[in-house]
Structure formats: C-alpha cells, structure tokens
Design a protein around this ligand. Structure first.
Ligand SMILES: [Fe+2]
Length: 291
C-alpha cells in the first residue's frame, strides 16, 4: 500500500529575524544539535542562541546526535564542552538526551546530564504520543536490532522518531550516506511507521527528500562546519553548509513543524510534514502487548 506523506511548501527566509514556529499551547517542542562537543567559540555561540530562543519557544528537550564530547572525556571536558556552553538551557531545566558518535566514549552512558540511563541505546517518551529511539550507530548488532523492533512494535500509534550519529542518507563529500546502516535499519523503520530519522556526522545541515515515507535530516554542524561539503544530490531537499546550525521542532497533533537556524539566528530552512499512517500490524501488535 502506498503510504500518504505530504511535505508542505518550504520557505527560504533571508531575513535575520527569527520567525516563530506555530508555538501552539499543548504541542511538544524540542531542539536538535549534532556534533556539538568541541568546547570552541562556535559551540558557545550556538548554546547562547538556543537559550535565547528557548525563552520564546519553551522547549524542555534537546536531542544530541553524537560527537557530544570531542577529544578528552574528563569531568573538566564535560564542563567545558557541555555544561558551560549550554548553561542557559540547563538552568532552565532543559533535559538533554544523547546518542553516541564515533568520537564519544562509552562512559558517556553514565553521565547524568545525557539521560542515557547507562545504556548505549534507549527509548523515551517525553510527552504522551511522542516516542524517541536513540540508537548507537557505531555498533548495530543483532541485540540492538531486536531491541529496536520490540520497542517500535510496542509504541503503537505514537509519533516515532529515531536518531543516531551516522546518517542513512547524506550528500556529504566527507562521509555521505551510511549504506550498511541503511540496509540494517531502514526495513524496520518502514515496517513500523517511523516518521523521521535524525543524524549528524557530516558537519552541515541537510534535509533529505523523504525516502520510503520517512523524513531524514542531517544536523551535524552545531559546533563544527565543513563549508561547501554538502555536495547536493537528488537526495537534497534543502541544505546549509555556510555556518553552524541546529534545529527547532514542534509536534502539534499529526503535524511536525521544523526550522533549521544558523549560529547567527537566521532561519535557513523551515516547513512541516504530516505523520505517516501507522501500519495496521503495529496497532494490532501494540494492543496485544497492552492486554
Ligand atoms: Fe562523527
């Protein structure tokens, strides 16, 4: 059966003023950062921008797409490369949920402010009806795949969002698409009606034309940027590789709104899409599990 999936027209804004998302009462708001843990000036500038926007767009959740702490991983590094750059958000009670990148030590699973619960992959539901799955794309073994299938099956009609470090689709010259990962994961994501997949690794922003009914984003430029590395391809719906960036997202009923924003506060992409229909096998599996 062909799955309905629509992507509303996307605006490219050249003004520097930040235009709010729908910002509706009762919706679920979150931010997305990737490849963030340098401890450098750009990371601090993005952190300050996020804190400023959180006052107007009060998200309480940030998902981290890996390479959370580059280089040393001592307590001092966690301060300099995480706690200090995001002090404004942390002081506002915002919770971060990390996934592991290739530069991250496994010890990050135990770092309290990453909320990983001592696991390298995990799921959480920050609001009823919204289900995140944080994967460890460094090691996708049979145990992780079996866990993911079980969790997806249980999630019923929730919005399903998976995130990880390595992208299934990317037009990056440096890294590009992770084809082995795509082969391992995509059938499960399609089977269980996952709406969106988020990844980093390539240091830029790219929104991919929906693939198999799933909207993919590369958001890997939240501290480093590889200028000119998003080569563009038939996969590319929109890209930005001129400066650092992050994303704000909002789920309001069956619609997800997104904005990609540069370090300087410029909206470089925005739009919305509808949740794909939940495959019938998922609703029947979930209701059996609930009995
Ligand atoms: Fe990476």
């Amino acid at each position: 059966m062909r799955r309905a999936f629509s992507l509303l027209p996307v605006l490219w804004l050249t003004c520097s003023a930040w235009a709010q998302l729908p910002n509706q009462p009762g919706s679920f708001r979150f931010a997305v950062i990737g490849d963030s843990g340098t401890g450098g000036r750009s990371q601090y500038e993005v952190g300050a921008r996020l804190a400023d926007m959180q006052k107007k767009f009060p998200f309480q959740t940030v998902v981290m797409l890996g390479d959370n702490i580059y280089g040393g991983q001592t307590p001092k590094d966690f301060q300099k490369k995480f706690e200090w750059p995001y002090v404004g958000l942390l002081n506002s009670g915002v919770k971060f949920y990390a996934s592991l990148g290739n530069h991250d030590s496994d010890a990050q699973q135990s770092y309290k402010l990453f909320n990983m619960g001592r696991r390298r992959y995990y799921s959480f539901t920050p609001q009823e009806g919204v289900h995140f799955f944080a994967l460890d794309s460094n090691r996708v073994d049979q145990a992780q795949l079996a866990w993911l299938e079980e969790e997806l099956a249980k999630s019923g009609g929730d919005w399903k969002i998976v995130y990880m470090h390595h992208p299934l689709y990317s037009s990056g010259g440096r890294h590009g698409s992770s084809l082995a990962l795509r082969k391992a994961l995509e059938p499960l994501l399609v089977k269980y009606g996952v709406a969106m997949a988020l990844a980093g690794h390539d240091h830029f922003y790219e929104r991919i034309t929906p693939q198999m009914g799933i909207c993919h984003f590369v958001i890997g430029g939240s501290a480093k940027v590889r200028v000119g590395d998003c080569l563009g391809s038939e996969l590319t719906a929109k890209s930005f590789d001129r400066d650092n960036s992050f994303a704000l997202m909002e789920i309001n009923g069956d619609t997800l709104h997104f904005q990609a924003i540069s370090r300087t506060g410029k909206v470089v992409d925005e739009g919305s899409f509808q949740r794909p229909p939940v495959p019938e096998r998922v609703t029947s599996t979930a209701s059996k599990a609930a009995r």
